[in-house]
Design a protein around this ligand. Sequence first.
Ligand code: MN
Length: 262
Amino acid sequence: MALEEYKRKRNFRTTPEPAGSRSRRSPAGHKARFFCVQKHLASHLHYDIRLEHDGVLLSWAVPKGPSLDPAVKRLAMHVEDHPIEYGDFEGVIPSGYGAGIVMLWDRGTWTPEVDDVDAALKKGDLKFTLDGYKLKGSWVLVRTKGARWAAGGADRSWLLIKHRDDWAGPVDIAEFAPLSVKSQGDFADILSQENPDIWKSNRPARSGEAGALFEKIIRRAIEMRSERSDRSARSVRSARSVRSARSARSTRTKPSVARKRR
Ligand code: MN
C-alpha cells in the first residue's frame, strides 16, 4: 500500500500533519528500523502501532493498546501506510480524518524476525522484536483466520500478541505508563502546548458535527487526567496505610531492632 490512501483521506492545507514528501528506503533484512506507537484520542481512544518498512510506516490501530501478557490477544486493524515523518508527530489534528489528539506513546526500533517482511505480511504472520521505551522483546502480528471471507473489510483485522520472554508480564502497560515519551505530557498537556495561532486557524467551528466532536475530545482529555490523578491519589493513600501498618507492627514487636534498622 503506498501513500495514496493516506493522502486521499487528508487535506494538507488544513492540517499540521506531515504530507509525506520525503521518501526514505529502509534497509532490507534483519536490520533495525524505526517503530512508534501513537496514542490517539479521536472519536475513540486507540493506539496506532507503526513499523517502518520500504520508506513508509506500516500501521495497525489497536483499540485496547498493546498487552505485555502473552495470553492476551489484542485486535489490531490494519490501516493505511503513513509517511515516515508522521512517526515523530505529536499534536492536534483539528479536523477531518483522525481528528483528535495524538501522543507519541512509545518509539524505538523494530527488527523483523523473518527474512522477507513482504512475504510475512502477505501470509498474515509477522514476527518481530521491539526495542522501545515501553515495549520490548518479541511480538507477533497475525491476521485473523477466515477474515478474508467475512464481509465489510474484515480482512484488515489482525491480532497483536506478546511472545513469552523477559519483557512479558502481568503489568498493564497502558495504565502503568500512560504518558508521552516525547513531551512526558498527557493529552491535556499536548492540547495546551499547541501554538495558539495554529490552534485557532485550524479549529473547527463551534457549531457543526466536527466542532461538537472536538469539544467531546477535549472534555475526554480533561476527564482522563482527573481519572489518573484520582488513581494516583488512591495508590499514595494505600502505600501510606501499608507503611503505617508496617511501622505500627514493628513498634509493637521489636522496637529496638526496628530503630536500629533505620
Ligand atoms: Mn489513529
